[in-house]
Unconditional design. Structure first.
Length: 406
């Protein structure tokens, strides 16, 4: 049973009422709202510096309706896993006079954007701030799974280590092997660069679009290695996902989640992978058929996975937790201090920008001007996913100055 939330209020005399359904990291997002005449109400922050490992408070629809109340200009939420924002909540926000909702995440799978459009609610998200952090976590899972680090750690802590043995926790060498990337967007490309430059791996990738920048990076790095007397790295754009799965030694998944990528990894595709391959997923849980994955792990003990997300999150499918050849972490891909505080800031500025009538920023993936601690952020909404549908925004062009056009 979820514990009752304790509501805290910042700037009680503020003109605009904004509510947050989650306690978010940092204080800058609070200051930005309070300094711009917003009364902010949300879950009490017991310790801003405390690393939270407690069970989170999950609000029901009724809880959120109570938070919205009779008057509310905007809501900051976290819908990716714990809140379903649809007609009930968006219509309630509209009745309360609200015009903005922002998710503290890039993905908005659990947001009914059409319901938001019907109610005239702008929907914000927070891209551009977690690319490197997520790629780092995917790279960490790749290394941890390949070198069996979690198994070895548990073995050591259990007091089972009696001395060096030739076969003790033998894993996979990454250097010179092939890394496969499915979905070579910002995060997939950042991950690929880390693995190629860090471990001199060759690349095979699948994406609907050619990743010219990634290809140029691999080509240039290969030329650098060759000039220094080393084996150059190579790249290949695969015609199909199956080509990646067959050829790669380490495969990292970075697709969007939609009906075409649901259970992207299924029994048939698992069967064509190498028996000692490493599969990593820090994208969305349902891209893997988790029941099939458990069976594959059982049948292939040298096949290993690193998972940050799960099909029925926060739950794992039966048997997964027992698999020694699985490294599982609780959705921490964006969990660096800088990134999480940046996400909170961007979410707050989406809501503030809509309340103030600001236009939408020209490139939501270049958000550094919003995140500088010692600078006033641009008078713009960092990212509104349904701006065009609402027809109420023009886009701020990115120019040398971050100021708005007069």
């Amino acid at each position: 049973m979820a514990k009752p939330i304790s509501i805290e209020v910042w700037n009680p005399s503020g003109k605009y009422r904004v509510v947050s359904t989650k306690s978010m990291p940092g204080t800058r997002w609070i200051r930005l709202l309070a300094d711009n005449d917003c009364r902010l109400e949300g879950e009490s922050i017991h310790s801003l510096l405390q690393i939270c490992t407690e069970t989170k408070t999950i609000l029901s629809v009724d809880d959120i309706l109570a938070l919205i109340g009779d008057r509310c200009d905007g809501v900051i939420g976290q819908v990716q896993l714990t809140e379903e924002w649809g007609e009930v909540l968006f219509s309630a926000l509209k009745r309360a006079g609200g015009t903005a909702f922002s998710n503290m995440a890039v993905g908005y799978n659990n947001v009914d954007v059409e319901a938001a459009n019907r109610n005239g609610i702008a929907v914000g998200n927070t891209p551009g701030v977690l690319t490197e952090t997520t790629a780092e976590l995917a790279a960490s899972l790749s290394l941890a799974a390949a070198r069996r680090i979690v198994e070895a750690d548990q073995f050591m802590r259990a007091g089972l280590y009696d001395g060096w043995l030739p076969h003790l926790f033998v894993g996979n060498l990454l250097k010179g092997q092939t890394v496969g990337v499915i979905g070579a967007g910002r995060i997939g490309s950042a991950y690929a660069r880390m693995m190629i430059e860090g471990f001199k791996m060759n690349l095979i990738y699948y994406d609907l679009y050619q990743s010219t920048r990634l290809e140029k990076f691999v080509t240039a790095y290969g030329q650098f290695l060759k000039a220094n007397g080393e084996q150059p790295v190579t790249w290949k754009r695969a015609a199909t996902m199956e080509d990646v799965l067959r050829e790669a030694d380490v495969i990292s998944l970075h697709p969007v989640l939609d009906k075409t990528t649901y259970h992207l990894i299924n029994p048939e595709r698992l069967a064509i992978m190498k028996k000692e391959a490493v599969l990593v997923n820090a994208s969305r849980g349902p891209v893997i058929d988790e029941v099939a994955l458990v069976e594959h792990l059982k049948a292939n003990p040298m096949f290993r996975v690193g998972l940050d997300v799960f099909e029925d999150e926060p739950y794992m499918k039966p048997g997964l937790a027992d698999m020694k050849n699985a490294v599982v972490v609780p959705h921490i891909a964006s969990a660096s201090k800088w990134t999480r505080e940046g996400m909170a800031t961007l979410a707050a500025l989406n809501v503030l920008g809509k309340i103030k009538g600001y236009p939408v920023w020209g490139n939501p993936n270049l958000v550094e001007p919003f995140l500088k601690e010692d600078a006033t952020p641009p008078a713009a909404c960092p990212s509104i996913v349904n701006a065009k549908q609402l027809g109420r925004y023009y886009y701020v062009p990115l120019v040398n100055s971050y100021s708005l056009p007069s």
